[in-house]
Design a protein around this ligand. Structure first.
Ligand SMILES: [Zn+2]
Length: 206
């Protein structure tokens, strides 16, 4: 039954063009994760990838509210950082980064597709209530350990790893397989939160 207990599943968070150089919401050095992610992917028996996938006029876009990107506002479910329009469904910016080899990915999980709710985490949307279904999927397949990499370290990777722990999975984050947005020290804060939650911070190496 629990065939995968010894085999961690690699979850690659949002490795998309809009988060890379020249994209709508570039994460500094975002493109640089591609070689590390390809190596990680080749060395894992099971690979899942998430894809940020927003409707036009999404609630997380500053333009939707007539505000400036990176301001924080209160939405019905709580505070939300406002972002430039990014990863709009079906656009080139929502596609996966050039050079990424995802041929062995077993699942592409799209998130953030509800117009009124953002979803940093691969497990629960930003209202912290609406499940994406990933937890049930992983449990049904017998996975107990998750290794995370992707974009961005201090937002979607952080929230996904914290939720993985909350759902009872062992979790590790490969730091050199991630890059951070680092708004007001958020990268260091993310490292502290991960450590406090029992998330292992590891490096893939060159
Ligand atoms: Zn997004």
């Amino acid at each position: 039954m629990n065939a995968h207990a010894d085999h961690p599943v690699l979850v690659i968070i949002d490795p998309q063009k809009d988060f890379c150089h020249g994209g709508a919401l570039p994460v500094p050095g975002g493109d640089e994760i591609v070689p590390a992610v390809n190596r990680l992917s080749a060395h894992h028996d099971h690979v899942i990838v998430t894809q940020d996938w927003h409707t036009p006029g999404h609630a997380s876009f500053a333009s939707t509210h007539g505000r400036q990107p990176y301001e924080t506002i209160e939405l019905a479910y709580g505070s939300q950082v406002l972002w430039p329009d990014h990863c709009v469904q079906g656009t080139d910016g929502a596609a996966f980064c050039d050079g990424l080899d995802l041929r062995n990915a077993e699942l592409v999980l799209r998130k953030g597709f509800r117009p009124g709710i953002d979803s940093y985490s691969a497990f629960r949307e930003n209202d912290r209530k609406t499940p994406t279904g990933l937890g049930g999927y992983l449990r049904e397949r017998g996975f107990t350990r998750i290794v995370f990499c992707g974009l961005a370290f201090d937002f979607c990777v952080l929230w996904s790893a914290l939720d993985a722990r909350a759902e009872g999975f062992a979790a590790a984050v490969v730091e050199d397989g991630c890059r951070a947005i680092d708004l007001e020290g958020s990268a260091d804060a993310a490292r502290r939160e991960m450590s406090a939650a029992g998330i292992e911070l590891v490096r893939a190496g060159p």
